[in-house]
Design a protein around this ligand. Structure first.
Ligand SMILES: [Zn+2]
Length: 148
């Protein structure tokens, strides 16, 4: 299972202790899922959030990106059908056609950046429609790095 987890700390509204929100994003049963478990170590308060398929909210995404760094998805080789790419993008991101066209341009050019689960999920969906794609870390190729 491909997925990532991160912890977001805040103040517990009940006792003033530290509330830890563990957020998870992963691929399960062919779907992109996210969920969160919230717990307070001081008063024992705790609950679960969401636990289902769908796009993760921005605070969850940014916590995952901050902890693990972004991944980059690129289409490799010639695109057999742009329509397939647009279809996948619209299904996965629920975007308009003009937005899907912009994303498709990025995908075939510099690559699309997102969390590991998001880019892996998109990769699988593209491959199922015959579009070859690869996920790499967002760091550039070794040769492009400026030595310290
Ligand atoms: Zn508490």
């Amino acid at each position: 299972m491909t997925g990532q987890t991160a912890k977001i700390e805040s103040r517990c509204g009940g006792c003033g202790g530290t509330l830890v929100r563990q957020v998870n994003q992963f691929i399960d049963c062919g779907q992109l899922w996210w969920d969160a478990e919230v717990s307070c170590g001081s008063c024992g308060a705790g609950w679960c959030e969401h636990s289902g398929p769908g796009k993760a909210p921005e605070d969850v995404r940014s916590a995952l990106l901050a902890k693990h760094g972004p991944s980059r998805l690129r289409v490799v080789g010639p695109v057999p059908s742009l329509v397939s790419v647009l279809k996948v993008l619209r299904e996965v991101w629920e975007v308009s056609l003009p937005q899907a066209r912009e994303l498709a341009d990025e995908l075939t050019d510099t690559g699309l950046v997102g969390t590991l689960a998001e880019t892996e999920f998109l990769k699988t969906r593209l491959r199922s429609r015959g579009v070859a794609a690869e996920v790499g870390s967002d760091a550039g190729p070794e040769g492009e790095r400026i030595p310290p």
